[in-house]
Design a protein around this ligand. Structure first.
Ligand code: CP
Length: 308
């Protein structure tokens, strides 16, 4: 088994293509493990992991916790809302207090971009970024690419369009880095106001016409409209957004070919995709969630092997 080139997983930006392939090969093994009747391995019995979440989460939090338990790690969970952060304790003090309980690894979600990078410079534990503001969400991008590889055999050479709120999306940025690293062709599609000016410098093309984008792609990754990060109105109304950038079954069925539909969740049903698209045979949304556990087991296992 090889070794990752990084001590922390702070963003896809810091990975090499060989790191991604190592994570996928390790995830293949763990996916087989979690489909056995005994879904647990004793690999990390001597490792303690703290999941610290300063923002809400369903999929990422539960998936990390399950991945850690499947690897037999000891796990502690911390939610900022019920903690002394509310009394003014700083991030470094909070984490150093947690680390003094002999914690080896920290999985952190934080609303501020760069929070994981900041932490990695001030504490000795291995840090996994579980989403930092509008910056990166590396394990989401890994599980997304892994799901494309599983469905289509490979990521290299595939046409992938990321649709919607690119401006506020850590999922979009991490996916762009991951897909480009693996040799996919990437377009972004959405209202001009939600496409950052620098996006073409990342090697992606802009297509503002959804039908054209869908007819070009093999895979459409439909992003959630992140109203909680909007400080101004980026489009007139949600109804008009859906008319131009939402995918419904009629549109899907009228395309030149059968494409794969992805969504990182949580879905605004009826906004980015209608229910008959989200629940259709072309959708791999729940496969993404299932693959999240194997991918996170692989990332934790590989990073833990660098601690020992
Ligand atoms: N995809 C994702 O990050 O979902 P959660 O916010 O529920 O973790």
């Amino acid at each position: 088994m090889g070794e990752l080139g990084v001590k922390h997983l702070l963003g896809i930006k810091y990975l090499k293509e060989s790191d991604v392939q190592l994570i996928f090969e390790t995830a293949d093994h763990f996916k087989e493990v979690i489909n056995r009747s005994i879904k647990k391995v004793p690999s990390l019995r001597d490792i303690t992991i703290a999941n610290i979440f300063f923002e809400n989460s369903t999929r990422t939090k539960l998936s990390f916790e399950l991945a850690e338990k499947r690897l037999s790690a000891d796990v502690i969970n911390f939610s900022a809302g019920q903690s002394s952060v509310r009394k003014g304790e700083t991030l470094i003090d909070t984490v150093n207090n947690i680390l003094s309980m002999k914690v080896d690894m920290v999985v952190m979600r934080h609303p501020n971009p760069g929070a994981g990078i900041f932490l990695s410079k001030h504490v000795s534990a291995s840090i996994i970024n579980a989403g930092d503001g509008a910056h990166e969400h590396p394990t989401q991008a890994l599980l997304d690419s892994y799901s494309i590889r599983e469905k289509l055999g490979d990521v290299a050479g595939k046409n992938v369009v990321i649709v919607g709120d690119i401006l506020h999306s850590r999922v979009a940025l991490s996916n762009i880095f991951a897909l480009k690293l693996q040799g996919a062709n990437v377009k972004v599609c959405g209202p001009r106001t939600l496409l950052p000016k620098y996006v073409e410098s990342l090697g992606v093309e802009i297509e503002t016409n959804l039908r054209k984008a869908l007819n070009w792609c093999d895979v459409a990754n439909m992003l959630r409209i992140q109203n909680e990060r909007f400080d101004i109105g980026y489009f007139p109304t949600t109804r008009e957004y859906t008319q131009q950038y939402g995918v419904n079954k009629k549109l899907l069925d009228s395309l030149d070919k059968e494409i794969v539909i992805m969504h990182p969740g949580p879905i605004n049903r009826g906004v980015e995709v209608t229910s008959d698209v989200a629940d259709s045979k072309q959708s791999i949304i729940l496969n993404q969630v299932e693959n999240g556990v194997a991918i996170r087991m692989a990332v934790i296992y590989l990073l833990a092997s660098k601690i020992k």
